[in-house]
Design a protein around this ligand. Structure first.
Ligand code: SF4
Length: 176
């Protein structure tokens, strides 16, 4: 947010994350998003409800290819919010993550932008990832330990014990 503000953009936040599981983790991240928005003095929109069922319905049968589906779902909804609210464009906090697929995010963002008639503002924020970590610590924000979905939570915490438990590791690890 700060980088775009420094470029002179009028910035607003939007929390669109039906991919975050379980629900208590979703609540923690939503609260952190509102705290950050307050600190940056920007409005923060979020959708009513959780969206768990819709997310799972979209990725069922595509667990190992789930991230492009997840990017498209979320960025499409953010682009729609931006368009409805009269903003010229939208971006994504995922672009600060060193774990995410930037080309995949860029493609999903461009598709959403074309659909809703707004611009996808792409920036490679990865070089400033540690600045973001420092700022979030200074603000006392809750810090996520895995990307969001239940599969990424398994990758982070469960797969290291997969052999012992007989479990099944899956997909990529990331955060964003
Ligand atoms: S790993 Fe992250 S980007 Fe991929 S599907 Fe899960 S929440 Fe979405």
């Amino acid at each position: 947010m700060r980088a775009l503000q420094e470029e002179g953009h009028e910035v607003a936040g939007a929390f669109v994350n039906p991919n975050i599981h379980p629900y208590l983790e979703f609540e923690k991240r939503l609260e952190a998003a509102h705290q950050a928005a307050n600190a940056y003095r920007v409005p923060m929109a979020h959708e009513d409800g959780y969206g768990l069922e819709e997310f799972l319905q979209k990725i069922v049968g595509h667990v190992h290819e789930r991230c492009p589906i997840c990017y498209a779902m979320r960025l499409d909804r953010v682009a729609g919010l931006a368009s409805e609210s009269g903003y010229e464009g939208f971006s994504s906090s995922m672009l600060v993550s060193t774990h995410q697929d930037h080309q995949g995010i860029r493609a999903a963002g461009a598709a959403a932008a074309a659909k809703h008639g707004v611009e996808f503002v792409y920036r490679d924020f990865r070089a400033s990832v540690m600045d973001g970590v420092r700022e979030s610590k200074e603000m006392g924000l809750y810090r996520q330990q895995y990307c969001g979905c239940i599969f990424s939570e398994w990758d982070r915490y469960g797969s290291r014990n997969a052999g012992r438990r007989g479990g099944e590791p899956s997909g990529e690890e990331g955060d964003g």
